[in-house]
Ligand binder design. Structure first.
Ligand SMILES: Nc1ncnc2c1ncn2[C@@H]1O[C@H](COP(=O)(O)OP(=O)(O)OP(=O)(O)O)[C@@H](O)[C@H]1O
Length: 268
């Protein structure tokens, strides 16, 4: 299947300020990619170029199909019902989906029961899910989501996380712009960290959070093996047991995505 997004050597110059300095990024069909980076790194510029709102200075962007977008600070008219809001966006997107598309999307985001409730009477979490339904109008192959969970409580975050996983099963790719690293770590297939207009690290959350040794709790306390890897755990445990120690717990320590992030963006 074609990539949902393929960005090649993308550059954007605002006067003397080079916001993007040759960015390469691929998002496969149905892939969930987290875009991380400090304020001013170039994330919004990249997203705006992908949407066609900003023209690149050079480089190419290829899209695998339609894209849907949900801004961080969106505000829907309070007086519209969930269903009416989707009607409005069907018109704006010129989607021929009609009632069937609206029903399916409200079901997808768990709002089918409250299709007639006004936006003003919905919780933030419900509005966020409605926002995702809105972005899904017209059957996009890629969703660009800006901080979709930043205003939500833990339960709301989990619901949106489950929704994103659901989208992956439908083959919809997502580029998730977020500052919540733990969230990105939980849900994303791949992460790209952007700083000063360049991709400074990319890979799966696992690849980006490196091994940080092994800790073993024995009857005599916690023993740290700073350089050890998961593969060495059986040998370590065998040696401790042979030396007469009781082993209660073994923990493979990993540096977090946050550690890697701070290292590559120069925050440490
Ligand atoms: N319209 C513009 N005119 C001039 N400079 C701009 C414009 N838009 C962005 N920039 C500059 O380009 C750089 C990248 O900005 P961008 O908004 O893409 O960063 P960001 O990673 O999205 O930041 P944030 O996390 O704060 O949203 C910044 O130095 C910014 O000042």
């Amino acid at each position: 299947m074609a990539d949902a997004l393929a960005v090649h050597q993308l550059r954007k110059r605002y006067g003397a300020n080079e916001a993007l300095k040759g960015v390469d990024l691929r998002i496969g069909a149905g892939e969930l990619v987290g875009l991380l980076g400090p304020n001013g790194a170039g994330k919004s510029t990249l997203v705006k170029i992908a949407c066609g709102l900003v023209r690149p200075t050079s480089g190419t962007v290829r899209l695998g199909g339609a894209i849907g977008y949900l801004a961080e600070l969106f505000r829907f008219p309070d007086w519209l019902s969930a269903d009416e809001l989707l009607v409005l966006h069907q018109k704006l997107a010129r989607s021929p989906g009609g009632t069937g598309e609206r029903r399916e999307l409200l079901e997808l985001v768990g709002l089918a029961e409250v299709a007639d409730r006004r936006v003003g009477a919905m919780s933030k979490g419900m509005q966020q899910r409605l926002g995702i339904a809105q972005a899904m109008i017209g059957d996009p192959k890629l969703l660009l989501l800006d901080e979709p969970t930043s205003a939500l409580d833990p339960a709301g975050r989990r619901t949106v996380r489950e929704l994103l996983e659901n989208l992956r099963e439908r083959g919809v790719a997502v580029l998730l712009n977020s500052h919540l690293l733990s969230e990105v770590e939980l849900v994303c297939d791949r992460v790209a960290i952007i700083a000063r207009g360049e991709v400074v690290a990319a890979g799966s959350p696992d690849e980006l959070s490196r091994a940080g040794g092994v800790e073993v709790t024995t009857g005599r306390g916690v023993r740290s093996f700073g350089q050890a890897t998961r593969e060495e755990v059986p040998q370590i445990v065998r040696e401790l047991v042979e030396a007469g120690e009781d082993v209660y717990e073994v923990r493979v320590v990993r540096s977090s995505l946050e550690d890697t992030y701070l290292e590559v963006v120069g925050g440490k």
